[in-house]
Write a new protein. Structure first.
Length: 230
């Protein structure tokens, strides 16, 4: 497979005395489709010839150009011991239409090889490619136990216009919904008009104006407002 390499070097003189005070460089490679395969960035914060911070990233793609995996490692400027301090990875899957089905994100915040945080998402779609459901789960300490869960559910009409959107949050993953918000849509002359999104504090109308709760919209159209439950 043919690849292309891009090298960018930056020299900075902060005080105009003719001496370089800061150097940075990045080397990037791309495949024939222009997708970035690798990236390596280094910075020398005082231009003394020693690398003070480092970042690298490696990506893989499927034949359609969808990002399958990403692995990134870094050593921040405040450490400077030459060891990797942060590691991040992501893995995604797609359907034949290129819609993202699953993603897993993992973080090793101290570079010891153990996962400290893990996040995942799972989505479903209808035959037209409209997203029906999305579930996001968080494992805040990498022990395999889900600590929080977020669910979004959408419905559409036959033309693919979104009719409803429901968001439910379970902040502690105990199976009880802690927050729920429903948004309703109607379409006039082909343009989207949000009927209303309300919370106990304020109401946001389709014209982007904000009103404190008085149910004026539901009285005018005789329709229920979007409800946020706590």
């Amino acid at each position: 497979m043919r690849t292309f390499t891009e090298i960018v070097t930056t020299n900075t003189d902060n005080d105009g005395d003719g001496n370089i005070d800061y150097r940075s460089s990045s080397t990037n490679t791309y495949n024939q489709s222009g997708n970035q395969l690798t990236s390596i960035s280094e910075s020398d914060d005082n231009a003394d010839g020693n690398i003070d911070s480092f970042y690298s990233s490696t990506n893989t793609y499927d034949r359609q150009g969808n990002l399958l995996t990403n692995v990134s490692v870094s050593e921040p400027y405040y450490d400077r011991d030459g060891n990797i301090d942060d590691r991040y990875s992501s893995t995604s899957t797609y359907d034949r239409q290129g819609n993202q089905l699953t993603s897993i994100y993992e973080f090793d915040k101290d570079g010891d090889g153990n996962i400290d945080d893990r996040y995942s998402s799972t989505s479903t779609y209808d035959q037209q490619g409209n997203q029906l459901t999305s579930i996001y789960e968080s494992d805040n300490n990498g022990d395999g136990t889900i600590n929080s869960r977020y669910l979004q559910t959408n419905t559409y009409d036959s033309r693919g216009n979104q009719l409803t959107g429901v968001v439910e949050n379970d902040y502690d993953a105990d199976g009880t919904i802690d927050y729920r918000q429903e948004t309703l849509y109607e379409y006039l002359n082909g343009s989207e008009y949000s009927i209303g999104v309300s919370t106990p504090e304020l109401e946001v109308l389709g014209d982007n104006s904000i009103h404190f709760p008085n149910n004026s919209l539901s009285e005018q159209f005789d329709l229920p407002l979007t409800v946020a439950e706590f």
